[in-house]
Design a binder for this molecule. Structure first.
Ligand code: WT7
Length: 619
């Protein structure tokens, strides 16, 4: 692209601005002075862009189709007019609880329409939302409420999922014990089950929304004001609060949604993600609604009541674009094709995947069985940090290859760097680490209240570039293949997990002296969680303890962090300076101990023999 500023300046026209921006981009990737600004003198409101501006032309069109967990419960069609009323009411409820522009609101909800109302209500009054996935534990919730100093947490009585119920309100009660006593709790009725109630702290959303006024004026926001915070795992320490902007983020989500899914007026689009992850932010709520689309919100799981649920929902709502994760495809593929072939999937036009590299076998099944060989597959590589798609084939424009994210999106400048020297390698085929040379409007702006960590994490290793943390290969045609994380982050069922987080949960247990966690190849999840645990002196290594540690990590972090394999390690391989050599632990977990490499620098090389001998992942 010869004139990216001209391109993005023209693209800004797809949003409704209160004050049109005259500036396009003001960016510096230099460590120590990193700044990222797009359309910095423009003002707008995200909720007005996602709702109000559609009212005249498509007020009666369905904005959100809500498909509940239980297939016998009726689906809901929420029109743009309904959405407007509900979002305004929710915004007024938040204002009545004292929420003002710039305040933080934590959202801990099931995949119900109220989650979208809450997001857009925050955007309408200029509050910054921080969504916590409903599968996270009370501890994780408390850390995020405190981390952003939120005024209000919005939750529900229970979250139905796969026929079971997660007690969200009770989790929130536990979390709030560890938060300031001024934090208010707004409770949405989902299942109607009784929950404990603390007068003066807990507020009944349904009651308040009914009484609230059904208009609320959208607040004029600067393009660079934060729209939301979303926590994501890194290779060290606590999860980072990724901050996204108002103008650039919305523009990027909207453009990529339209271009990558070839979204056309009247299409029904379904992304199966949860709003607890960035995919749900950009591609269930903000991108589709900014485009006036009809977007499906699904509360359930792919395998409930059985493995045909996804395909039944596609048939029922005549879905045109379907976007899911490789782990779901692999799980469903394993159940047999009849679950899919018995459904009418003729409405499907585009298929998408996201979250991890897709193996060719799963890609081919998706292509043949679900797409009938007629639907282009968009394998979209991106990250919480990037706000939207960074690399993907464009339907109709690019060829596809099973497992390749193919080409950069408009204006995105990927580079492959030599991991040691940090030099750009222009030639191909080539393999190295993946970095991005220049900014795009959807890029994260900072880490919440820790700009220094932001600079260090993303601009510290390779000077002048945004470093993705992924490895990649550029093939002889110049197409890109993501090879996975090169840091201590693992990808479990498309969810990102810092091994350091699991380790600190393990060592918080009284019986554990030390722990090291690595990923290993897992047929369905992509990567599984492999833990090496050294017990305190005198503690017996039993199967019960193994089970207890698994439960412990689930309660500390959440079910997605459940260890798959726990190996008792009398000692861990360490260098003489005491650094754990994860390279070796990874190889053992992968059953690749023939290739352990040089172990002579270890303080005690004999620990390796014990670990190999007692490894858990024997084939
Ligand atoms: C990491 C980001 C962005 C939404 C979901 C995950 C991996 C993501 C792909 C893909 C290969 C992928 C990368 C990336 N990843 N999409 N199409 N092919 N790998 O967001 O939790 O921020 O994780 O997911 O390793 O760095 P996230």
């Amino acid at each position: 692209m010869s004139d990216p500023d001209g391109f993005w300046g023209a693209q800004a026209e797809r949003l409704d601005w209160v004050k049109k921006p005259t500036q396009v981009k003001d960016v510096d990737f230099t460590l120590g002075q990193v700044k990222i600004n797009w359309f910095a003198d423009g003002t707008l409101n995200v909720a007005a862009n996602c709702i109000d501006r559609h009212l005249e032309t498509r007020g009666d069109q369905t904005a959100i189709i809500f498909e509940p967990d239980d297939p016998n419960e009726p689906a809901q069609n929420i029109t743009y007019k309904d959405l407007h009323r509900n979002v305004c009411r929710t915004a007024n409820v938040l204002e009545s609880l004292g929420v003002r522009k710039g305040d933080r609101v934590v959202i801990y909800l099931p995949m119900i329409p109220e989650a979208a109302y809450a997001m857009l209500a925050c955007a309408r009054i200029g509050a910054i939302h921080s969504i916590v996935f409903a599968g996270f534990s009370p501890d994780a919730l408390a850390a995020r409420i405190n981390g952003s100093d939120a005024k209000v947490v919005i939750t529900a009585d229970h979250a139905p999922r796969g026929g079971r119920k997660t007690p969200l309100k009770s989790n929130a009660d536990t979390a709030l014990l560890h938060c300031k006593d001024t934090v208010k709790c707004l409770v949405v009725k989902r299942t109607g089950d009784q929950t404990t109630w603390i007068a003066g702290r807990d507020y009944d959303y349904n009651e308040m929304a009914l009484e609230a006024d059904d208009y609320c004026r959208p607040v004029e926001m600067n393009a660079e004001d934060p729209l939301f915070i979303l926590y994501t795992s890194g290779s060290t320490g606590q999860p980072k609060g990724v901050v996204h902007s108002t103008g650039g983020y919305l523009l990027y989500a909207a453009l990529t949604h339209e271009a990558v899914f070839d979204y056309k007026d009247g299409d029904v689009y379904w992304c199966t993600a949860d709003v607890g992850w960035v995919t749900g932010h950009s591609y269930i709520v903000y991108g589709p609604l900014a485009n006036g689309a009809t977007t499906v919100m699904f509360e359930g799981v792919p395998t409930y009541p059985d493995a045909s649920r996804f395909w039944q929902v596609c048939e029922k709502h005549k879905v045109n674009q379907f976007y899911t994760a490789p782990t779901a495809i692999r799980a469903l593929m394993g159940q047999g094709t009849e679950f899919a072939t018995k459904c009418d999937l003729s409405s499907l036009r585009i298929l998408g995947t996201v979250g991890e590299p897709i193996n060719p076998e799963a890609w081919n099944w998706y292509n043949d069985v679900i797409g009938g060989g007629k639907c282009p597959i968009v394998d979209t590589w991106w990250q919480t940090e990037t706000g939207g798609h960074m690399m993907t084939p464009l339907p109709g424009a690019h060829a596809t290859k099973p497992g390749s994210a193919m080409k950069p999106f408009f204006g995105v400048k990927p580079v492959v760097l030599d991991p040691q020297s940090g030099e750009e390698i222009d030639s191909y085929p080539v393999e190295g680490v993946l970095a991005i040379k220049d900014s795009w409007p959807g890029q994260m702006r900072t880490i919440w209240e820790d700009h220094e960590r932001f600079e260090k994490t993303y601009f510290g290793d390779y000077k002048g570039y945004y470093f993705s943390g992924d490895g990649c290969r550029r093939d002889e045609d110049g197409d890109y293949w993501i090879t996975g994380r090169v840091d201590d982050v693992i990808n479990v069922s498309g969810h990102r997990m810092g091994t350091a987080e699991v380790e600190s949960a393990l060592v918080a247990h009284v019986s554990v002296a030390e722990a090291a966690v690595v990923g290993y190849p897992h047929a369905i999840k992509g990567q599984g969680i492999y833990c090496y645990v050294t017990l305190m002196n005198g503690v017996e290594p039993t199967d019960e303890l193994r089970k207890e540690l698994r439960t412990w990590v689930r309660t500390e972090i959440g079910p997605i962090a459940s260890p798959d394999l726990v190996q008792w390690a009398p000692g861990l391989p360490k260098t003489r300076s005491g650094k754990i050599m994860r390279r070796i632990l990874r190889k053992i977990a992968e059953n690749d101990f023939g290739a352990l490499g040089d172990t002579s620098t270890l303080a005690d090389p004999s620990v390796v023999d014990d670990l190999v001998e007692n490894r858990m992942n024997r084939e």
